[in-house]
Design a protein around this ligand. Structure first.
Ligand code: HEC
Length: 108
């Protein structure tokens, strides 16, 4: 493969990664144990289905009240199954920013 193609293929993703380096994946979407099935699936939906149109913002950027406003439209946009919708809603509610309080639930 010539050098130009190499950069077209790998340059953009590398830049993208570098620009996000200050946010670890675990900060954006805190990990959960696989045994915690619904939350575990919810995290996958958050990181995979919810990133089709935009990147994932840290879950803790929003309070539960804010997520309650945001989710219905986003779920519709994502064309999730009922089960996926329930899982991702449970997930963002679990890691939402504490109501009224500053600071994230999970700190890295
Ligand atoms: C079909 C494209 C699409 C998908 C899929 C999608 N979004 Fe969005 N999202 C948007 C657009 C467009 C906006 C900005 C306009 C708006 O607020 O409606 C947005 C805005 C947002 C915001 C910012 C809202 C605010 O008020 O600041 C959050 C948070 C968000 N999306 C989360 C999600 C989550 C969680 C999912 C998965 C359930 C998701 N999005 C799936 C298109 C999408």
């Amino acid at each position: 493969m010539n050098l130009k193609r190499f950069w077209i293929l790998w340059g953009a993703p590398a830049l993208l990664l570098a620009s996000c380096a200050s946010w670890s994946l675990d900060y954006i979407a805190p990990p959960v144990a696989k045994e915690d099935t619904a939350l575990w699936r919810g995290r996958r939906v958050y990181l995979i289905d919810c990133t089709r149109c935009h990147s994932a913002e840290p879950v803790s950027d929003y309070t539960r009240a804010e997520w309650r406003d945001i989710m219905p439209e986003m779920i519709k946009d994502s064309r999730l199954t009922d089960e996926e919708a329930r899982a991702v809603t449970a997930y963002v509610m679990r890691f939402a920013r504490a109501e009224g309080g500053g600071g994230a639930v999970v700190k890295n």
